[in-house]
Design a protein around this ligand. Structure first.
Ligand code: MG
Length: 251
């Protein structure tokens, strides 16, 4: 059931990737994904999420130094930008949630490395989930990988359990945290489903909130990247529910 929602999120990301070019606005991409979910009778998860103001869109679009929770609008993408796009939907009562950072045209090589390392951190997490007993082991490996690359892991935001609701227990930090040491750790057992979402900054890990009450930016204005998958633990290991269809799998 969750795979169906996950596949729809994967398709929404494909649609976004096909549109993410210089001259296109984040609002146009958001509108296309809203239409896509509606056509497939899925409910968007992000619109109306409570805050000082309810989140007003179906996707979070975060450009360059924006880390997460950027609001789509009239801003046009330009060559050399990076766009972090996060979206999720509920289909037949089950949720899927995924994010990807897209290069707009040609980006600076160091920015491309930031994207590669952040994607690499998520890939590493999936791999380690098949080999480790506890999440804390995966989180420590993710943090070490990012440190080695010379970048930093954002600590103000973490991943989450996901199922009938988008945000469920447990919290899923992408670093070796005090919270994991103080009883927040959990076993990687079949039936567990979590959204793993490393956010990696080129400079400081610190973030601040813009006056729109949502957009999170890096404190030093340097770029940030974000990749996320919804991942289920099964008897045969981790299953990336928001991943590309397998051969022969129907959409
Ligand atoms: Mg998420």
């Amino acid at each position: 059931m969750m795979r169906k929602a996950g596949l729809l999120v994967w398709q929404a990301h494909r649609l976004a990737a096909s549109m993410a070019k210089p001259g296109v606005t984040t609002g146009q991409i958001d509108g296309a994904i809203e239409d896509f979910f509606r056509q497939h009778k899925a409910s968007p998860l992000f619109k109306g999420v409570p805050g000082k103001v309810p989140f007003p869109a179906v996707t979070c679009t975060s450009i360059n130094e924006e880390v997460v929770h950027g609001i789509p609008g009239r801003r046009k993408l330009v060559e050399g930008d990076i766009l972090s796009l996060d979206t999720g939907c509920k289909l037949d009562g089950w949720c899927g949630d995924a994010a990807v950072t897209l290069p707009i045209g040609r980006v600076h090589p160091e920015v491309q490395r930031l994207l590669d390392v952040t994607k690499g951190t998520l890939d590493l997490a999936v791999d380690m989930m098949g080999k480790c007993s506890y999440w804390s082991e995966v989180a420590a490996a993710m943090e070490a990988y990012v440190k080695q690359s010379g970048f930093t892991v954002v600590e103000a935001f973490v991943g989450h359990g996901i199922g009938r609701d988008m945000h469920e227990d447990p919290q899923v930090p992408n670093f070796a945290s005090d919270q994991l040491r103080r009883g927040g750790d959990f076993r990687l057992v079949p039936g567990l489903v979590i959204a793993v979402e490393p956010m990696v900054n080129m400079g400081t890990k610190r973030t601040r909130t813009l006056r729109d009450h949502w957009t999170q930016v890096t404190a030093d204005g340097r770029p940030s990247a974000h990749f996320e998958h919804t991942i289920a633990m099964t008897d045969s290991g981790p299953y990336v529910l928001t991943g590309a269809p397998a051969e022969g799998e129907t959409l």
